[in-house]
Design a protein around this ligand. Structure first.
Ligand SMILES: [Zn+2]
Length: 235
């Protein structure tokens, strides 16, 4: 093969694609350590993927490998349909869901999935996390929505994620009776959304335990989200 067909139909020299692949493998591997660091995963649950720029390839965690045993080279390269194209390990059992999201949301460059405890408790109840705090308005622009129950393996989870998040400000969805799927322009953004989703779930749970806090007014949520997405941080 002398090159790989990119999403714009152009061809990328193998050398450029290989460099890009190595970089994305390293990034996706390193981000998995953040899931452990923030306490979002138990045993081998949870996974992260990224789109390889300039190609129709994605890089994703291998299935059932302990977090301590992950290496950059163990990250699995799949095509946009979710089929493995290189590596010896099987990709995550959630690869079909990730691939569906990349096919239907071209603006998405990364996906993170966890069963983090507090957020998954909201998913178990099928209850959206209300926007009670400035940090939730900043990051999610409103409540964190609930997506449908879906079986693992095929397109069903991906369909639910895309249906819920398309046109929604929130980069995270609580898939009913399952857990969190978070998206972003990069894999790092998706992981940030997964971390902040768990933080919101825990804080609102604690607030609810001792009182009946009110959601922020819609105009304040809009103002906070606007400021955060346009002006916050180093630009
Ligand atoms: Zn899961």
């Amino acid at each position: 093969m002398s090159g790989h067909v990119g999403h714009d139909g152009g061809r990328f020299p193998d050398q450029v694609l290989d460099q890009g692949l190595d970089q994305v493998r390293g990034e996706v591997w390193a981000l998995h350590a953040e899931l452990v660091r923030y306490g979002l995963v138990a045993w081998t649950s949870g996974n992260i993927s990224a789109r390889v720029p300039g190609s129709d390839l994605i890089v994703i965690k291998p299935s059932g490998v302990a977090y301590d045993g992950l290496t950059p080279d163990s990250m699995v390269v799949c095509d946009i349909e979710g089929h493995r194209v290189s590596g010896s390990l099987n990709p995550s059992s959630d690869t079909g869901a990730h691939a569906y999201i990349y096919r239907h949301m071209p603006e998405v460059g990364g996906v993170a999935h966890t069963h983090s405890a507090y957020a998954t408790a909201w998913a178990a109840r099928g209850e959206p996390i209300p926007c009670l705090l400035t940090a939730i308005a900043d990051e999610f622009g409103g409540e964190i929505p609930v997506g449908p129950f879906a079986l693992i393996g095929g397109d069903e989870i991906g369909r639910g994620v895309v249906a819920t998040l398309t046109g929604h400000r929130s980069p995270a969805v609580l898939m009913r009776s399952h857990g969190v799927f978070a998206i972003g322009p990069t894999a790092r953004d998706a992981v940030q959304a997964a971390v902040m989703c768990e933080d919101a779930a825990r804080t609102v749970h604690l607030a609810r335990a001792y009182g009946a806090p009110e959601p922020l007014p819609a105009d304040q949520i809009d103002a906070l989200h606007e400021r955060y997405t346009r002006h916050y941080g180093q630009r």
